[in-house]
Design a protein around this ligand. Structure first.
Ligand SMILES: [Fe+2]
Ligand SMILES: [Fe+2]
Length: 475
């Protein structure tokens, strides 16, 4: 069951050949997907042969196989984690019942919405990253970008499979619409805000894959708890790929910091202009990028109080992060959780029913997880003997969604007025001048083993290959 069948047109471990209706639907969708990839996927990459890993089995041991392939020929397909015949719903009102193999009628609309919203983020990020290959800081980084792009493509397949298999005609229409919305489009944008932002340069890419792919991890982990078993099994397998995306982000930012620290020590300066003149990204700019990507990403968790979040949980559609490891009753009725609100110009905490605050619970879990990696970035500075530290901004900073939208906050969490915000904005968030400077560093370095001057080489290569391996063969 866990071995993937590559002899079929659509690689899968779900016995696709036995479900003719689904097979026809997916085979009808496939050419549209390839057209989408050609139109808005990685620019100018059609003839590149990229050292990619492809899933060959969903077993934890050795699921991946590496080799040079053209991305267009990547074996996108349908892979589910092995099922457990005895699995039970372990939270919400259906706790203790058998998990569902089909969509219960009363949860159909909500499940469809959850799957479409998740599915929409996958092609969106490919669109956001489509120009980055033209300014890669190395062949190693170029390969990592492409690996992420093909895997986000596969994540789209995963959600389309669920839609087409379980939601009939509605599902097929939603699957088509996933290829029609476009990131940043005025008329038909992607569903969520962060997925309509630009990813204009590689520092933004690394911040995106560190923070925004981590949002993906938390959403997928919450869906991996779902009582709708096909969704749980699909998202569980997607999580194995998400780990690599976050690694690219964390190690990418870490290498930028390492290179900056090295130049700061060589020049014995912390003057941003001197560091920039030496072709490196000053720590202030890195902090502003961090502030932006962090705040935009935590908005993705939704409003701090949400009756939908309560319904999704109580009906068993979406659990909490690591639901199984928590030692409460997994029903949460009568429990409370603290959220923030602004009263008389000050931030105050207030207790609200926990079921309504589950977006905030997931956001707080995300925050804990992201702070840990920022600590590892600071270790790089500490080792280099540089006293500056990066920090995540207050969770009320620069929010557009929920009770904290519409108030102005400093990164430290002080309520500020419009005048102060306007005066300090460019100290807190990337300015057009920051973007222009970072853009000016973006060249194209593609000789094996060579790296742009603003980023340190990685500690090791991919799949134990040397750092100067030919990760991409240009056709
Ligand atoms: Fe993804
Ligand atoms: Fe991802």
């Amino acid at each position: 069951m866990s071995t993937i069948n590559y002899s079929e047109k659509i690689p899968n471990n779900v016995n696709l050949g036995e479900d003719r209706t689904l097979q026809r639907a997916l085979e009808g969708w496939q050419p549209n997907f390839i057209n989408w990839w050609d139109d808005v996927g990685p620019e100018g990459s059609t003839n590149h042969e990229v050292y990619l890993r492809t899933a060959v089995s969903v077993d934890p041991q050795g699921w991946a196989q590496f080799g040079h392939v053209k991305m267009r020929d990547y074996r996108w397909g349908i892979f589910l984690n092995p099922g457990d015949a005895n699995r039970e719903v372990h939270f919400g009102d259906h706790k203790g019942e058998k998990v569902w193999q089909d969509v219960p009628g009363e949860h159909r609309a909500n499940l469809r919405r959850i799957i479409v919203t998740q599915g929409d983020t996958e092609p969106a990020s490919v669109e956001q990253q489509r120009h980055l290959g033209l300014t890669a800081p190395s062949m190693y980084d170029l390969r990592n970008l492409f690996q992420i792009n093909v895997e986000e493509g596969r994540h789209l397949w995963a959600m389309v499979y669920l839609l087409q298999k379980h939601f009939g005609r509605d599902g097929r229409e939603e699957a088509d619409a996933l290829l029609q919305r476009t990131s940043g489009d005025d008329n038909n944008p992607r569903i969520l805000g962060a997925f309509n932002e630009k990813t204009p340069d590689w520092l933004a890419f690394f911040m995106f894959t560190y923070f925004t792919d981590r949002d993906g991890k938390f959403q997928l982990a919450a869906l991996a708890e779902s009582a709708f078993d096909p969704l749980a099994r699909t998202t569980k397998f997607m999580l194995t790929e998400e780990a690599h995306h976050m690694f690219v982000g964390e190690s990418g930012v870490s290498r930028v910091i390492a290179r900056t620290a090295q130049v700061m020590n060589e020049l014995k300066t912390d003057d941003a202009q001197k560091i920039r003149a030496a072709g490196c990204i000053d720590l202030g700019t890195i902090q502003r990028y961090l502030n932006f990507h962090y705040s935009v990403t935590i908005d993705l968790f939704g409003a701090d109080q949400s009756s939908n979040a309560a319904i999704f949980y109580s009906s068993g559609l979406k659990g909490r992060y690591e639901e199984g490891k928590r030692d409460d009753d997994h029903v949460l009725k009568g429990q409370t959780y603290k959220v923030l609100e602004v009263k008389d110009g000050q931030l105050v905490e207030k207790d609200v029913p926990m079921l309504n605050a589950l977006n905030e619970v997931l956001r707080d879990d995300f925050i804990k997880d992201s702070v840990a990696g920022v600590g590892r970035w600071n270790k790089v500075l500490e080792k280099a003997g540089i006293p500056t530290r990066l920090v995540v901004p207050h969770k009320a900073f620069n929010r557009q969604i929920g009770a904290l939208a519409g108030i102005k906050m400093s990164p430290e969490g002080r309520v500020v007025n419009d005048v102060e915000w306007a005066a300090k904005r460019d100290e807190w968030l990337p300015s057009s001048e920051d973007f222009a400077f970072v853009a000016s560093l973006m060249g194209r370095v593609i000789e094996p083993g060579k790296f742009a001057g603003w980023i340190a080489p990685p500690v090791m290569g991919i799949n134990r290959q040397p750092v100067d391996f030919e990760y991409v063969r240009f056709g």
